[in-house]
Design a protein around this ligand. Structure first.
Ligand code: ADP
Ligand code: MG
Length: 376
């Protein structure tokens, strides 16, 4: 950890949006930002406003440029092109230590030979805060990250993984940054602990009112915590929106598939009819107006909209297949139905009766209006 903080740099002066009725300035703004390593473009022409006090999560597969983007925001890397501004002031060249930001890594980089207390106090000591004041603040921060005060004198190496993550978080808050950056801080933790810390991070965000910019390859994690989500692919930001918008109105096939647990069917226009690329069956779909003139598309059907059919006429689009897996999702059941090469997911509540039971062939299908049609 330990990248950047600042008691000096408050570029841009007072907080925007306070009192005055001028529109709130984004805390951080990227305009046409790219980063090249030799001839490889890791971040490709990203423009994005990060709003004061929001919890923004950037998701994307490994290698999509998330860390590089964050390192530019934190001042650890300079853009090859484009501008980054902090409350209206250009900061492309402002070093990390002079930015009011702090980066929390997955690899915690706590000082192993120090106690929990001394780790948390480190930034305060660097600022010249008195010992008594440092301790009082460290104890306050321990409470904030839900660690017992008795941990103050504990050697940090004797803490568990989750506890160390909390110590790192407390130390980040000790810098009193305006913006906290998180680069996959929970990815090394087990599932249960991760879920707990996700919730706590969200609470901390609310309690502190700071701007959080969080990176993860797990959309599930992003969905739980974020006000907004940005999806990255191969250096580009392909969609930014609320979790609901990302889930409900994915912009293209990549985002829809990244959301996961959906049925996606590629279709092409042929002699006025949409045909599935997989089955060569005509597909009935409602093409959104924005896609008029398209010749390729992807049809996204959420598992809860896919149905078992009693008869072929019961849905606009029909596929026959065989149930080969059945999972309990608590109150719901997920079926996996294999149709030729592909597998469809169907979810229904336990109280629903599945037609066409038995080991034989089943008919499944969906109605045109229940599918989302997106760019291929
Ligand atoms: P992510 O965090 O989404 O997994 P990164 O931002 O770490 O992605 O990396 C994006 C791409 O940029 C990767 O292909 C990576 O190999 C490349 N890359 C990152 N840093 C450097 C560097 N310092 N030199 C060369 N290539 C780099
Ligand atoms: Mg990364």
């Amino acid at each position: 950890m330990g990248a950047g903080q600042s008691e000096t740099a408050r570029a841009g002066g007072g907080r925007p949006g306070e009192g005055a009725d001028r529109p709130a300035l984004p805390v951080l703004q990227l305009v046409g930002v790219s980063k090249r390593f030799d001839d490889f473009t890791a971040v490709d022409d990203i423009s994005l406003d990060i709003r004061e006090g929001e919890f923004l999560t950037i998701v994307g597969p490994s290698g999509s440029g998330k860390t590089t983007l964050l390192r530019m925001l934190a001042g650890l890397e300079q853009p090859s092109e484009g501008n980054i501004t902090l409350r209206g002031t250009l900061i492309n060249d402002l070093p990390a230590r002079r930015r009011p930001t702090c980066l929390v890594f997955q690899s915690l980089a706590l000082f192993p030979h120090m106690t929990v207390g001394r780790n948390i106090e480190f930034p305060l000591k660097a600022k010249g805060v008195s010992a008594a004041e440092r301790k009082a603040r460290a104890l306050e921060l321990l409470r904030m990250v839900r660690l017992p005060e008795a941990y103050y004198g504990k050697n940090v190496m004797t803490c568990s993984g989750g506890e160390r993550q909390r110590v790192a978080l407390a130390r980040a808050f000790a810098y009193d940054p305006d913006v906290l950056f998180f680069d996959e801080p929970l990815s090394a933790l087990d599932y249960k602990l991760k879920k707990l810390l996700e919730k706590e991070l969200k609470d901390l965000h609310k309690e502190t009112g700071k701007t959080f910019v969080y990176i993860t390859h797990s959309l599930e994690e992003a969905m739980v915590m974020s006000d907004r989500i940005g999806v990255m692919r191969a250096g580009k930001l392909v969609q930014v929106g609320s979790p609901d918008a990302i889930y409900g109105q994915p912009q293209n096939r990549f985002v829809a598939e990244f959301v996961g647990e959906v049925n996606v069917i590629g279709v092409t226009l042929s002699n006025g009819a949409w045909l599935s690329q997989e089955t060569a069956e005509p597909v009935r779909l409602v093409l959104p107006q924005t896609m008029a003139g398209a010749e390729r598309a992807a049809v996204v059907i959420r598992p809860e909209y896919m149905k078992f059919l009693a008869a072929p006429g019961d849905a606009d689009n029909v596929v026959s297949g065989r149930v080969y897996n059945e999972y309990s999702l608590g109150s719901r059941i997920q079926y996996q139905v294999r149709a030729g090469e592909r597998v469809f997911l169907i979810e229904m509540s336990r109280s629903q009766i599945r037609p066409g039971t038995g080991d034989g062939e089943v008919l499944i299908g969906w109605n045109a209006e229940d599918a989302i049609v997106v760019e291929a």
